[in-house]
Ligand binder design. Structure first.
Ligand SMILES: [Zn+2]
Length: 242
């Protein structure tokens, strides 16, 4: 019986090869409809619903301070193994929003689960179209002394993970794959994320992407919601190009 079971498992593995990529929707406990916000009113409603004590008539500065206080005090639980990374990425995202920038942050995680670099989007602050959070993260890391112990001749040693507060865009997803890192993220990007659209990459880029592990993080609903709302925080004061 045991041999028969092992044989069946072997046949199933042969018939259904598992891609390096993983299911990127299975761990999402928030209603998928939450992850698109259409206007400022909807954004404010969702912010008030967070457990941060935000009131309808709070000025933007106070809203951001309340989110910051919540994030700083937030204690990740064992149930959500990526919440510590989500918290760190969200604090980066919030830092950018407080500077007048876009609310996306990311961290680089080594093979032992340690955060070894962190960055946020700086497009508006530095007037640079390429300074998305993940691009800044990888550029700063590659230029640091620390990188020597983590890189091979061309790409990073296996097992490094870029964890983003939001699903990486086409530019950043290609960059992460080119670097040889895996990808995790907190909030899906139904309107802009490329990770869930790997099939639409040109064949060579798709082949490269399929060699990497990709998954939505194991994050609590509140971390996912904060990631999403920080991403859409440009609606608070209508910042960004028209
Ligand atoms: Zn990007």
């Amino acid at each position: 019986m045991k041999r028969a079971l092992i044989f069946v498992c072997f046949v199933v593995l042969l018939v259904c090869p598992v891609d390096a990529q993983q299911n990127i929707t299975a761990l999402n406990k928030v209603d998928p409809g939450y992850f698109v916000t259409h206007n400022r009113e909807e954004l404010i409603r969702k912010l008030i619903d967070l457990p941060c004590g935000i009131q309808a008539d709070d000025p933007v500065k106070l809203i951001l301070e309340k989110v910051q206080n919540y994030l700083v005090a937030f204690q990740p639980s064992e149930e959500y193994s990526d919440d510590a990374y989500a918290k760190a990425a969200n604090l980066q995202a919030l830092k950018s929003v407080m500077q007048g920038g876009y609310g996306i942050g990311s961290v680089l995680i080594d093979q032992k689960g340690k955060i070894i670099a962190a960055a946020h989007n700086s497009q508006i602050q530095k007037h640079r179209s390429d300074l998305h959070a993940e691009m800044t993260l990888l550029t700063n890391f590659e230029e640091s002394c620390l990188a020597k112990q983590y890189v091979n001749i061309y790409v990073y040693k296996p097992g490094l993970i870029v964890f983003s507060s939001a699903e990486p865009c086409p530019m950043c997803y290609i960059r992460i794959n080119t670097a040889g890192a895996d990808t995790k993220y907190c909030t899906p990007g139904p309107d802009d994320g490329m990770v869930s659209r790997t099939d639409f990459l040109p064949p060579a880029w798709k082949e490269m992407a399929m060699k990497r592990k990709v998954s939505i993080g194991v994050c609590s609903p509140v971390m996912q919601k904060i990631s999403h709302l920080l991403f859409y925080s440009f609606l608070l004061d209508d910042r960004g190009p028209k």
